[in-house]
Design a protein around this ligand. Structure first.
Ligand SMILES: [Zn+2]
Length: 132
């Protein structure tokens, strides 16, 4: 499953960053940009992420996904459009197929919230969001 390898990669990356930071005791949330064309199903990713986090520093961390719509530009006529799903890569302006994908393949961590061992970093209590 593609989502599982993505989830494992995210856990790896965050664990590495937390280890580098030193005194991180728990990871609370990870924000991930997911392009429309990245081939990742957010629900499947959330499920895989939960499994991948078990027994790691990220156990119980929340995965927040930020969808990035796919946009393409026609090289000959510079027309730009949202590619949608399934992606439409033929220019509606000139009918050309020489297309450059501007956005939509993103798959990257944009933000991580963690707690460290410092006494001044008492975690703030935030309401738990129940939207799924
Ligand atoms: Zn065109």
């Amino acid at each position: 499953m593609h989502e599982m390898s993505v989830a494992l990669a995210v856990v790896d990356q965050v664990t590495e960053a937390a280890t580098r930071a030193g005194d991180v005791t728990a990871v609370r949330s990870v924000r991930l940009q997911v392009g429309e064309l990245a081939g990742v199903v957010p629900e499947a990713l959330a499920f895989s992420f939960e499994l991948a986090c078990a027994g790691t520093l990220l156990e119980g961390a929340e995965l927040v996904t930020e969808a990035v719509p796919g946009r393409a530009r026609c090289t000959p006529c510079a027309h730009e459009w949202a590619v949608g799903m399934p992606p439409r890569l033929t220019c509606s302006g000139c009918g050309g197929t020489h297309t450059e994908l501007l956005t939509g393949r993103e798959l990257q961590i944009v933000d991580v919230h963690w707690e460290d061992g410092g006494p001044t970093h008492a975690p703030t209590r935030e309401p738990i969001s129940e939207e799924h």
